[in-house]
Design a protein around this ligand. Structure first.
Ligand code: MN3
Length: 203
């Protein structure tokens, strides 16, 4: 049985970038629903005894209700820990991640601009990602719906360093149609510490 992880901070900890009501609904309702539906879809099937890693590898063969809700669970679990209260620095990537970002995109500011443009350009619901490809290079990309870069055969495959939820439920209460403002605010609450730890783990 999969479970929703606790948030590592209070619902209002990401204010004003993300409001408390959005965080509560997003975590307690949306994420919980993905987990409930995932567990229900797995129940009584041959997939029920598989680990998360095994299921992600089996993604092309999974029934849609398992695949979609698995992605919802995996993506949101990564999302919560990608963020932190704005006051809880460090506000910069590690020297290793900084060097890799500079090599791949030119500068941290250029990375943020390219990532923001990718997130802004998603048509409908999906996620924007910074991943480490199998070649070891950093790349920016997007996935539709709840597809995860960890899923074999996904349109973007790699080890996720940062994922941004650009479904409307992630921002609509506060930002309505202004996705651009939501994306801009995210950079105030990105946990560079977490992103740097994930990057170090891919080395
Ligand atoms: Mn979401």
């Amino acid at each position: 049985m999969f479970q929703v992880p606790d948030l590592p901070y209070a619902f209002d900890a990401l204010e004003p970038a993300i409001d408390a009501q959005t965080m509560q609904l997003h975590h307690d309702k949306h994420h919980q629903t993905y987990v409930d539906k995932l567990n229900a879809a797995l129940s009584g099937t041959d997939w029920a005894n598989q680990t998360e890693e095994q299921l992600l590898q089996a993604a092309p063969d999974l029934p849609a209700p398992i695949r979609n809700n698995l992605g919802g669970h995996v993506n949101h679990s990564l999302f919560w820990t990608s963020l932190q209260p704005a006051a809880a620095a460090p506000a910069d990537p590690s020297s290793e991640l900084h060097a890799a970002i500079t090599s791949a995109f030119g500068s941290t500011a250029a990375f943020q601009d390219q990532f923001s443009q990718a997130a802004l350009g998603i048509f409908g619901s999906g996620w924007a990602w910074l991943v480490v490809k199998s070649t070891g290079e950093l790349a920016i990309g997007t996935t539709p719906n709840q597809d995860s870069p960890l899923m074999r055969g996904a349109s973007l495959e790699g080890r996720p360093i940062f994922g941004l939820d650009v479904w409307e439920h992630a921002y609509y209460l506060k930002y309505q149609n202004r996705r651009v403002d939501y994306i801009a605010a995210i950079w105030q609450i990105v946990s560079w510490q977490q992103l740097s730890m994930r990057f170090a783990a891919t080395a």
